[in-house]
Design a protein around this ligand. Sequence first.
Ligand SMILES: *Cc1c(COP(=O)(O)O)cnc(C)c1O
Length: 412
Amino acid sequence: MSIQLPNGHAVHACFDIKDDCLLIGGRSILDIANQVGRTPFYAYDRQAMSRRVQQLRASLPRDIHLHYAVKANPMPAVVQHMLGLVDGLDVASAREMQVALDAGANADSISLAGPGKSDAELARAAAAGITINIESEREIRLLATIGSQAAKRPRVAIRVNPDFELKSSGMKMGGGPKQFGIDAERVPQVLNDLAGLPLDFRGFHIFSGSQNLRSEAIVEAQQKSVELAIRLAAHAPVPVRSLNIGGGFGIPYFPNEQPLDVAPIATSLQIQLAKIRQHMPHAQTVLEFGRYLVGEAGIYVCKVIDRKISRGQIFLVVDGGLHHHLSASGNFGQVIRKNYPVVIGNHVMGEARETATVVGPLCTPLDLLADRMDLAVADVGDLVVVLQSGAYGLTASPTRFLSHPEPDELLI
Ligand SMILES: *Cc1c(COP(=O)(O)O)cnc(C)c1O
């Protein structure tokens, strides 16, 4: 299902409209708001997540394993649902590891990445038996010490800071000087050193960036990642078992952005898999995704508590804002602020329309959810809905700023 919004946002998402109300999980937004009993809240649609994974699996080569990056949305019910759909979970802290284990994930399908893993986190991850993506030589030393004292060798993969960048990526996380991973040119020496250490070497993790809508750029990054892995594998102490070549698939947030075309990526992956099979016959190829799997399946809902006009400009003041949804306010990695897709949830297409600015209750001009946007005419009590909010919403927000209550989250 897909609705074309009157304000230029293509929402290639999961939501239908009935009686001009947004439906989520087939239920009216008014119904859901009554069930929650208060605003603001986040609602996530489990069917939308399932459909996204099914579509992705149907297009990608069957041998590829899909992992869910928990940091995109760590709500335990979401993690539990995703666990039933994907082949593994990627976590970025000991707390996320615990959520993954509580959801019932097998230790051997969980991997931990992130710069600055504390001694305690490394010890906990080693004890749990999950795969630790090593990002520094300090981590190797610590894990080797743990390995020499424990019955079980810590499972490790090397996160490689590649010698290329993911072009036109929303967030670059590899190439050039970076805090992530070990520089590709140092990896042969590190692999050499690993040979004598009490560590269970699994393979490589090469993650070059995130939120990319250009399939050519992703194809190029994947080709280069595979070439790099093949070069490095020649130095590995044991055969490579796992090759995680990152993710980076983006979703459209802003006017005129188009959904990612996965077909060319799938075609290219067939060729890459053939190369991997030839040079690393024991390696399982993994792709990891956060926002692509859950981002479109979630909405943030708040209520209009005031409507005012300042020097001719209409302001809808709502009870939610940047403290719950930093990304939509434009303060989470956006260089030039653009509006997320926003609708009046109980008058989506609304015949009477106006240009309005939606602001939150915080005493800062940064608390902006929609800047002079075409919206249905709304008044006090109407629901403002931010679409594309299933990833990096609540989890990426400064909830304590101004001490308002936290929003509820529900999985429908
Ligand atoms: C953040 C992160 C992801 C997920 O990125 P998305 O843009 O949400 O898909 C995957 N892998 C690693 C290593 C990450 O740090």
